[in-house]
Design a protein around this ligand. Structure first.
Ligand code: ASN
Length: 332
């Protein structure tokens, strides 16, 4: 029987009502006790890592989670991580970069309704997550939520309340859990011949900024003084950046001249960006921005933090940003 580690970090799934609203209170073993269907599915081991609303999960917690997964995978066949949904997509992307050559499944799940409530989605999600972890075919970081399996670099939380909280962006879901069975949509990747490595060096000084019509260029000018070492701009449509009146290109060029890379993603949920189509993209490209292409904003942001933990050389940053490590870009 497969041995799977449950790492609990908090989130709605582990929450109970308090006088201050919902907050995480319930440990992993107590959650599992509420799900009798888990009996006989796999051998479950527990580690209580954090008890946080995922709003409070930051890059330091990503590193703690990655370290616990790394340690767990030397013993167990897979890891299930219960996590708040609000920043789960960021954590999943960050783990994908920190844990390389994964030959085992790392499955994140959570819920929109606390596990103690009668209409909770938490029991189903945990059960499905263990099914995916014990299945034996998946390797890498995935989300399992509302019956779908999503690549760790392609998840986006698209509903703040709905039980179908996540969508797979720019990639078909990896699969689904139907009638208790794990159905995969593609052949699982061949196992890596290299051994698992943990690289949890992160530089948290990356700014993610959503452009709005009329944004002041002075805002970009202030970025270096705040200690940021890279910027992700969530731009318009295919990646357009305003280049008349409040022209954002001069401060962008100044940032790049100071060796602060500027990457561009899109505010649109689907299809990513392409800076070759419109003048407002081509000019941005000429100014030296990096295009995130079909990476999600969450993946591009976590990737840039991780890359900055490896190197400060602008050319190397560019090379690593454009490199597809684990399928974070859409398949052709
Ligand atoms: N559904 C949830 O888990 C939301 C919660 N605020 C969290 O992210 O921890």
């Amino acid at each position: 029987m497969k041995k799977v580690l449950l790492l609990s970090t908090g989130g709605t799934i582990a929450s109970s009502p308090t006088e201050n609203g919902l907050s995480p209170q319930i440990d992993g073993a107590s959650m599992v006790r509420l799900i009798p269907e888990l009996n006989g599915l796999c051998e479950i081991h527990y580690k209580e890592l954090l008890s946080l609303d995922s709003t409070n999960i930051q890059p330091e917690e990503w590193a703690s989670i990655a370290q616990a997964v790394f340690a767990g995978l030397s013993i167990f066949d897979g890891v299930v991580i219960t996590h708040g949904t609000d920043t789960m997509a960021y954590t999943a992307a960050a783990l994908s970069f920190m844990l390389q050559n994964l030959n085992k499944p790392v499955i994140l799940t959570g819920s929109q309704i606390p596990i103690g409530e009668p209409n909770t989605d938490g029991k189903r999600n945990i059960l499905d997550a263990f099914r995916a972890a014990a299945d034996g075919r998946l390797a890498g970081v995935y989300l399992v939520f509302d019956g779908i399996i999503i690549h760790g670099c392609h998840a986006r939380k698209t509903s703040s309340l709905g039980l179908h909280a996540f969508e797979s962006i720019n990639r078909e879901p990896e699969g689904a859990i139907k009638d208790g069975k794990v159905i995969l949509n593609r052949e699982p990747a061949l196992p890596s011949r290299k051994s698992l490595t943990l690289n949890d060096n992160f530089n948290p000084n990356v700014l993610l900024l959503k452009l709005v019509p009329g944004m002041k260029p002075e805002l970009l000018e202030a970025i270096p003084q705040l200690g940021y070492r890279a910027v992700v701009l969530e731009a318009f449509g295919l990646g357009g950046i305003p280049n008349t009146r409040r022209n954002l290109l001069p401060p962008i060029k100044a940032l790049i001249k100071r060796e602060i890379p500027v990457a561009v993603t899109t505010q649109c949920i689907h299809d990513g960006c392409d800076l070759t189509v419109y003048d407002v993209g081509v000019e941005a490209s000429k100014a030296g921005v990096l295009s995130a292409g079909t990476m999600t904003t969450e993946a591009a942001f976590a990737k840039l933090m991780w890359i900055l933990g490896q190197t400060t050389d602008l050319n190397k940053i560019k090379e690593l940003f454009n490199q597809d490590f684990f399928g974070e870009f859409a398949e052709n």
